[in-house]
Design a binder for this molecule. Structure first.
Ligand SMILES: *Cc1c(COP(=O)(O)O)cnc(C)c1O
Length: 252
């Protein structure tokens, strides 16, 4: 299905998602709300043209996510996009291979890599980023909470060890939280999404083992079909694509 979305529609869809985020935030328990006053919306623009990004940016959106290295580099280094979206913050949310790190790190407004899932990758990103930029690069540790072989991410019981490695051995990286994709087809009528519960338990363990508070460890979880539930159980960073920009068509 190819759906054309006009500018007004993007602004409208964005506003509607932000309203739903706000309502979900108010449904949280007081202690969750205290940990994260305002969950962040990352607008996921994979397969979508730069014009849509520019429109969303003009409507006030700052954080954008891309999955594919090539696409992130093309959009992130595009002259028009850079000019029209000077303060855009890019989130790399797709699997990252060691041999593509320098490409991703060359994107001017790279804000965070959400998909660090091994010591090898952490070490390589740390080394390539170096200490010349004057600030550390933010990273999430991606956890494979659904134990699916085709999903990337560190196993839940190895997450805390990897966090420790980033904290103690990667001086150019700033550990900001845990990320999961999780199973796509969870039926909420059967109870809370178990993937999100696994990520919550990982956070508890990380906090205990590394003397961090809950507020020190963000949770990136929740997409178009489950972001409200994710926020209600503690997400601080939701990644929403198709609800804002329309269904994706891959046969471009
Ligand atoms: C595509 C993607 C999203 C957004 O998915 P939608 O269902 O379109 O909201 C979020 N996170 C990751 C990692 C993705 O690949």
């Amino acid at each position: 299905m190819i759906r054309k979305m006009g500018d007004a529609n993007i602004a409208k869809a964005l506003k509607s998602v932000l309203e739903r985020i706000s309502v979900a935030s108010k449904n949280r328990s007081e202690d969750l709300a205290a940990v994260c006053p305002e969950p962040r919306l990352v607008a996921v623009t994979k397969t979508k043209p730069k014009e849509m990004i520019i429109e969303a940016y003009k409507a006030g959106q700052i954080h954008f996510g891309e999955n594919y290295v090539q696409e992130l580099v093309e959009k992130g280094t595009n002259e028009q996009l850079q000019k029209e979206c000077p303060n855009i913050k890019w989130h790399m949310i797709g699997h990252l291979q060691t041999n593509k790190i320098n490409k991703v790190l060359s994107v001017p407004n790279l804000h965070v890599i959400e998909t660090v899932d091994s010591k090898k990758l952490a070490d390589a990103v740390d080394k390539f980023w170096g200490n010349k930029k004057g600030h550390k690069l933010k990273v999430f540790i991606q956890v494979n909470t659904s134990n699916e072989e085709n999903k990337s991410g560190v196993q839940p019981n190895e997450a805390s060890d990897l966090v420790g490695h980033v904290i103690s051995s990667c001086p150019n990286l700033e550990f900001v939280g845990l990320m999961t994709i999780g199973a796509f087809d969870h039926d909420l009528s059967k109870g809370p999404n178990p993937d999100f519960q696994v990520l919550l338990r990982c956070r508890e363990e990380v906090c205990k083992e590394h003397s961090l508070t809950l507020a020190d460890v963000e949770l990136s979880m929740g997409m178009s079909n489950d972001f409200e539930h994710a926020i209600e159980v503690g997400s601080t960073n939701v990644r929403v694509g198709s609800t804002i920009f329309g269904a994706r068509s891959y046969n471009k």
